[in-house]
Design a protein around this ligand. Structure first.
Ligand SMILES: [Zn+2]
Length: 614
């Protein structure tokens, strides 16, 4: 044990003299047993009380200590809101495993827990939810029949009472002492979650250290939203088993939360001290009457309800408040300019801006200071919760997606992101989306459909990524799947082309009820360079190609490919971007008002017809 931090609180060093002049030289401060513990990571001595107040995080190295189930509930739930369910269930000891019942009895006494999970109902940030928390002190929170049964009952009751479920997971996996009966708990809990999901309810799993085996392969990985604590070990097979099997050492960070995030399996890593707030925010976004169709989903007391969760003031917030306030005024002022079909729009696209060549449009669309998708998200929306990963292979940084609030209602937002500056360009692969990015977007679109949220996409890509890996993972299939699924998505979909709308890579984000374009964005079958190269075997004739391709917003409006053109400053950059937002925000409001009143069948038919006539 290192003692360097041990006596911090006494503020008296051996050999020092206090104000009264007494010498403390020979005497060690007395520290009662249990007051100090050794951090298993940095080996420092830590004060138990200090650690408790600090979310069970080591003050020296930020190692996360194990949290007992009841403490965990105290940490995330509103005070005194926990109501425990299904206490006192006992296993039948299905294998009649010798000594098992005695072992459980001992653990019950030691931990004051019935079993390895506690379940019940809480409120978090005022929103009710069903909660289950695994406790690693009880046989590594392995899943025997009681654990499976308690989770299943909690989920079933949540389905019945139309409540979201949050499970805090840690586990060594299935419980060996209960053999095949334990294995069946994986299917039982998963089946209960399927019903809960089919009933349109939200499930959030929070993965903590360690989450392994049959629990990872069942309820842990089935969250609509999967959160994880930093550096938690999460995997199916334990690291030791893998090392023995392959005869190799595993790399640093293997199977940790950060590894899973990169590989597309979790949405977000949340620091322990932020978990309550984040859970509250996510719950709130799913509680805003999301499933009601055919009427405005903007809550009457939206100011009150949303402001509570708006953490930092940003332009989008001001706009959001403004759009609530001005909503009715704007509708009146909106003389003759209709969102749908755009037929009665008074300002025709030809009057927008000075006439410029198609090639000039191309150059403006590619301008390196042009705002990217993220800039639009920051300005238009509040409370953005970013979700990561396709749940198959990777989190593609060329796509940023998540849930955000727009004028008091939750929406799913997806952007193709190029990034600003060379470093960010490379990180985001210049907005060239990989199959993993299309699969992430599809996952989030389907999630939006489940919760009745509109989808708003921002298109900005030179094209889908062309590369070896992209082909190996089925780039064509991924794009096709998006077109196919988007055509039938039962929630409103809006796409705004903000920069380059390159080929199928753009279309996979634009099978929408309406497609709008920023005035100097472009949308085309492929780049002018590619077009010239294929048709004329000369990519240098790109300028000439641009003129014949009909890729400007004006051309595409005339062709009936898009509905709206958003006027923009020239050249558009991050500084003057806010000037287009009043217009854009108002148009989005009108879009939502119009399409949210359509029933699902009419909505999908409208989208079908939109492309059918092209
Ligand atoms: Zn430590």
């Amino acid at each position: 044990m290192k003692f360097k931090h041990m006596f911090k609180r006494t503020a008296v060093k051996a050999g020092s003299v206090n104000s009264a002049g007494n010498l403390f030289a020979a005497r060690q401060p007395e520290v009662p047993d249990g007051l100090l513990k050794k951090c298993n990571s940095c080996k420092s001595a830590v004060f138990v009380e200090e650690v408790k107040k600090n979310y069970y995080i080591c003050p020296h190295c930020r190692n996360y200590f194990r949290v007992h189930a009841y403490r965990r509930i105290e940490m995330v739930a509103d005070a005194d809101s926990f109501e425990e369910w299904n206490q006192g269930l006992k296993t039948e000891n299905p294998l009649h495993f010798k000594g098992y019942e005695e072992k459980l009895e001992g653990l019950r006494e030691k931990t004051k827990l019935d079993e390895a999970v506690i379940t019940g109902k809480v409120t978090i940030g005022g929103t009710p939810a069903v909660i289950g928390v695994c406790d690693g002190r009880f046989l590594m929170a392995s899943m025997g029949e009681v654990v499976g049964e308690k989770i299943t009952r909690a989920v079933e009751r949540a389905t019945e009472e139309k409540l979201p479920v949050i499970l805090f997971v840690c586990s060594g996996g299935a419980r060996m002492q209960e053999g095949i009966v334990s294995l069946m708990q994986m299917a039982k809990t998963s089946a209960a979650l399927k019903r809960h999901s089919d009933a349109g309810q939200l499930y959030i799993s929070v993965l903590t250290n360690p989450t392994t085996g049959g629990v990872t392969a069942s309820f842990a990985m089935l969250g609509d939203i999967i959160l994880a604590e930093p550096n938690a070990l999460i995997g199916f097979a334990g690291p030791r088993v893998i090392e023995q099997t392959i005869g190799q050492k595993l790399p640093q960070g293997f199977q940790r939360s950060e590894f899973l995030l990169e590989h597309g399996f979790i949405d977000e890593i949340v620091e322990r001290e932020n978990l309550k707030e984040e859970l509250g925010r996510i719950l709130k976004m799913h509680a805003v009457d999301g499933a009601v169709k055919g009427k405005s989903r903007i809550p009457e007391k939206a100011d009150e309800e949303t402001s509570q969760y708006i953490s930092e003031e940003k332009p989008g917030q001001i706009l959001s408040e403004q759009c609530l306030k001005n909503d009715t005024e704007q509708s009146v002022k909106n003389d003759g300019e209709q969102s749908q079909s755009g037929k009665t729009e008074t300002k025709g696209m030809n009057q927008i801006g000075p006439k410029m060549s198609a090639w000039e449009h191309v150059q403006l669309a590619r301008e390196k200071n042009r705002p990217t998708g993220k800039d639009y998200v920051n300005l238009l929306f509040t409370d953005f919760v970013e979700m990561h990963g396709d749940r198959y292979f990777r989190d593609d940084p060329a796509v940023i997606g998540g849930i955000a609030m727009f004028c008091g209602q939750p929406v799913t937002v997806l952007v193709q992101e190029k990034g600003h500056g060379t470093k960010a360009n490379i990180e985001h692969n210049f907005g060239m989306v990989s199959p993993d990015g299309y699969r992430k977007s599809l996952r989030l679109m389907k999630q939006a459909e489940k919760f009745g949220r509109p989808v708003i996409c921002f298109v900005d890509t030179p094209g889908a990524f062309c590369g070896l890996e992209a082909e190996e993972r089925g780039q064509g299939e991924a794009i096709a799947r998006n077109l196919y699924e988007l055509s039938g998505l039962k929630v409103p979909v809006l796409s705004v082309v903000i920069g380059e709308g390159g080929s199928g890579g753009a279309l996979a984000f634009a099978v929408a009820d309406e497609v709008w374009m920023m005035e100097h964005s472009i949308y085309s079958i492929l780049s002018p360079e590619g077009f010239a190269s294929i048709l004329w075997k000369d990519s240098k004739r790109a300028k000439e190609a641009a003129e014949v391709m009909k890729l400007t917003a004006g051309d595409l409006k005339e062709l009936g490919i898009i509905e709206q053109i958003i006027r923009e400053e020239e050249p558009l950059n991050r500084e003057n971007l806010p000037e287009v937002f009043e217009d854009l925000s108002r148009k989005i409001q009108h879009f939502l008002e119009h399409y949210e009143t359509m029933d699902e069948t009419a909505l999908v038919k409208h989208r079908y017809d939109r492309f059918r006539r092209m």
